[in-house]
Design a protein around this ligand. Structure first.
Ligand SMILES: Nc1nc2c(c(=O)[nH]1)N[C@H]1C(S)=C(S)[C@@H](COP(=O)(O)O)O[C@H]1N2
Ligand SMILES: [Mo]
Length: 201
């Protein structure tokens, strides 16, 4: 008898998946596209990323400056509030720790702003300490326009609506300002492990 039967390793995989699937979620192998409007055509030549602090100070990167920053390859699970979870996604981009390193701020909140008008609000501490990136690649390829190319936010510990596609900047704020889905009744924080789908959850 083999020491490790296929059945045994199969059950081990299932147990691992169970611990990685937040409540009320199911697994998908696909990569669904969820966009509240049309895909804006953003060419890297016209792309900039702007951080605006609470006093109005601005720091701007163009595509070349952004790509020259230290790169990381986050390997993460993502959880959409429409209940799909995708395990083991591979991205490449720049940590928000890197982008925010030289910014002097006392702000507690960040409002993420995208081409096309989409916004989402996130506590600033949830963007720091290795928890969030601006990514330009998925699965070893340039990010497809439908998935937010040329660059999107990736903040995988919150529901995926917080991972703004076609990101153009981050506004640092003393007070929380609800973003697009948050103003429409979704939860202001959106922790998938606490099933914070809608306001009041
Ligand atoms: N700019 C922008 N970002 C967005 C959205 C959007 O409509 N516009 N949808 C959000 C939602 S609800 C989800 S689940 C994810 C979907 O990302 P995907 O289309 O790459 O799967 O993007 C998020 N980021
Ligand atoms: Mo979503």
């Amino acid at each position: 008898m083999p020491l490790f039967s296929p059945g045994f390793s199969g059950r081990r995989r299932d147990a691992d998946v169970d611990t990685r699937l937040p409540p009320g979620q199911y697994l998908t192998e696909d990569f669904p596209v969820l966009s509240a409007g049309p895909t804006p055509g953003v060419h890297p030549d016209n792309w900039t990323f702007t951080v605006t602090d609470e006093a109005g100070g601005r720091k701007v990167w163009d595509w070349a400056a952004f790509r020259a920053l230290p790169q990381e390859t986050p390997h993460v699970d993502i959880h959409c509030v429409t209940r799909w979870t995708k395990l083991d996604t591979e991205w490449q981009g720049v940590s928000l720790d890197t982008l925010l390193a030289d910014i002097e701020t006392q702000a507690d909140y960040a409002l993420i702003e995208s081409h096309g008008g989409y916004t989402t609000d996130i506590p600033l501490e949830d963007l720091l300490d290795g928890k969030a990136w601006i990514v330009h690649s998925f699965d070893g390829r340039d990010l497809e326009p439908e998935h937010g190319g040329p660059a999107r936010l990736l903040v995988p510990h919150l529901y995926f609506w917080k991972s703004a596609k076609w990101v153009r900047g981050i506004r640092l704020l003393d007070e929380d300002v609800p973003g697009f889905w948050e103003a429409a009744g979704y939860h202001e924080y959106g922790d998938p492990w606490r099933e914070q789908r809608y306001r009041g959850d």
